[in-house]
Design a protein around this ligand. Sequence first.
Ligand SMILES: NC(=O)c1ccc[n+]([C@@H]2O[C@H](COP(=O)([O-])OP(=O)(O)OC[C@H]3O[C@@H](n4cnc5c(N)ncnc54)[C@H](OP(=O)(O)O)[C@@H]3O)[C@@H](O)[C@H]2O)c1
Length: 228
Amino acid sequence: MRVSLFGATGSTGVELLRRLTATATVRCLVRSPEKLPEERRIGDLRQHPAVELIAGSSTDAAAVQEACADAEAVIVSLGGPPRGPGVDVCSTSQRLINEALNSSDGRAARVVCISSIGVGDHYQHCSLFAKFFASWIIPEALADKHLQEEMVRSLKNWVVVRPGGLLDSPGLRAWHAAEDACGFYPTIPRADVAAFVVQECLPPEERWLRRNVALVSRKPQGWFNWKS
Ligand SMILES: NC(=O)c1ccc[n+]([C@@H]2O[C@H](COP(=O)([O-])OP(=O)(O)OC[C@H]3O[C@@H](n4cnc5c(N)ncnc54)[C@H](OP(=O)(O)O)[C@@H]3O)[C@@H](O)[C@H]2O)c1
């Protein structure tokens, strides 16, 4: 499968890339290729035969067009600052991704968007703690995610994944995935988000196709660090 991955240098993006190289060719649009790590197990990700790097920004239409060309699946794991300049990176980039897919043979591509709990109609399922966080700590970032989600849902084939607070701890593969998943202190290791996306959201899997799915650990652990 040919996958375009946006946000490959991010913490979740690297976890995605690690897994995708086993089964797909992965085209990544990255601002800073040098951020991709050396992998003990599979070697330098920058030199991996399954990885094609394009240097550029996801806010540049020509670069996004090139990154999306021939993609059978597009995974968007972009994130920006919680407020201020750049807080709109997800919606700005998604607009260009939609334009690229709609102006080419990419209309049937499966688009998997990493969003967040608390966005859109998930807010009603949030615990008091999660509502407080969404409404008072990161409202601008979630408003931008909301715009991004709307654009994703206008496409033909899509999955919106809404993870809880992200952890860098090892994956436990003990996730709860459901439209209304949350819990009082909802967290999930990035490694589990990546495993879920690769196992359950890409073709030929259909379970979550054209659905919003929240993803949290069954046994929350650790403190998450909201970066975007
Ligand atoms: N942190 C949390 O607790 C939490 C909770 C729920 C959902 N989420 C969402 O989950 C997703 C993944 O989060 P994360 O913490 O793993 O992400 P992250 O480490 O912050 O990575 C964000 C990625 O977006 C890239 N990016 C930003 N602006 C870009 C641009 N203009 N052009 C190209 N790439 C750009 C970054 O590239 P550079 O390396 O060049 O900066 C990086 O690869 C995000 O959408 C985030 O909002 C986060």
